[in-house]
Design a protein around this ligand. Structure first.
Ligand code: MG
Length: 107
């Protein structure tokens, strides 16, 4: 059954949905190298959206915020697609990394 997203979808489900969409949309054969280059392109688009639209985020128009939001979504989708390609569970990765980070001294 196809994963349905809601505003409360956990990361695990977002990752699963991304895997399904990559198959459905014909992107599942992209290599890790192709996906990481596409991720870098999307990070560039996010930088541009922020540079052009976020000089004063609090008073920015909705359309400007929407452009930034779209690019954040593209970046996240590529991060999840890349993690899927490498069989990495991002929820587990974040939990394990934060466990290590909690033992570190910051500053
Ligand atoms: Mg984009």
């Amino acid at each position: 059954m196809k994963t349905k997203l809601t505003l409360n979808s956990p990361l695990k489900e977002l990752q699963k949905y991304t895997a399904e969409m990559n198959i459905e949309r014909g992107f599942s054969d992209e290599t890790v190298q192709e996906k990481i280059m596409l991720l870098m392109e999307e990070i560039g688009e996010l930088c541009k959206a922020i540079r052009k639209n976020a000089t004063n985020v609090k008073s920015a128009q909705d359309s400007k915020i929407h452009r930034i939001q779209d690019e954040f979504a593209d970046v996240m989708l590529y991060i999840m697609a890349l993690a899927n390609k490498l069989d990495i569970d991002l929820t587990r990765a974040i939990i394990e990394k934060e466990k290590e980070n909690s033992k570190r001294t910051w500053r």
